[in-house]
Every structure is written in C-alpha cells, then in structure tokens.
Design a protein around this ligand. Structure first.
Ligand code: FES
Length: 109
C-alpha cells in the first residue's frame, strides 16, 4: 500500500520591521514598499517615486527585496529604494518607528 503525503505550503507575507520593531505584513495589496510604509504613517522622504532620484534610499538592515524594474539611482549593497521595490523575505529597515502603530506584546496578550 502506497501512502501519499500532501504537503501544503503557504507563502507567508513578509514582515516589515523598523529598527527591529515589526510594523506591517507586506501583501500584494501594496503597490510598493513605500506605499505600505506611508499607509502605516512611517516618516520617509520621497520625490520621484520611480527609482530615479534616490530620495527614498533606505538602509536595509536585514532581508531581501526585489525591484519591479531596474532603478536608475545607485545603491550600496545594504540599501534599497522603497518606492520601487517589494520585500521577498522578512525585512528590517533602518527607519524610526516613532509614531507608527507597532505590534506589541500587549496587543497579543
Ligand atoms: S523617491 Fe526617487 S528613487 Fe525613490
């Protein structure tokens, strides 16, 4: 008798953290990482919103992002352009979580 094992895998939405504080789950409803951050009222500067100017350049402490298209602005290996990227893993950005609704243990207790 042969036993088949069905393994279901679910893609978990990436968790976006700011300096270690989880602030949101990134889902496909967000058009870009910048849009998701702005939705949570994260203070982040932007101008062109198309990967040209580099104004939204942000240090990526950990995790990986992918770009919808190749940005023009130059980046260091540990930087990303939230206006035109999406996280593909949980990410931790070097942005302040001040004034942002963060996930705390009090909310889950
Ligand atoms: S806002 Fe210009 S590169 Fe992101």
């Amino acid at each position: 008798m042969q036993v088949s094992l069905l393994i279901l895998t679910f893609n978990k939405p990436p968790i976006v953290s700011l300096q270690g504080q989880p602030v949101l789950l990134y889902t496909q409803q967000h058009n870009s990482l910048l849009a998701a951050l702005e939705f949570k009222r994260v203070r982040i500067f932007s101008e062109c919103r198309n990967g040209f100017c580099g104004a939204c350049k942000t240090k990526l402490i950990s995790g990986q992002v992918k770009y919808k298209f190749e940005p023009i602005a130059t980046l260091a290996a540990d930087e990303c352009l939230p206006c035109c990227c999406q996280p593909v893993t949980d990410i931790n950005l070097d942005l302040s979580a001040d004034g942002v609704d963060v996930v705390t243990n009090k909310q889950t207790a």
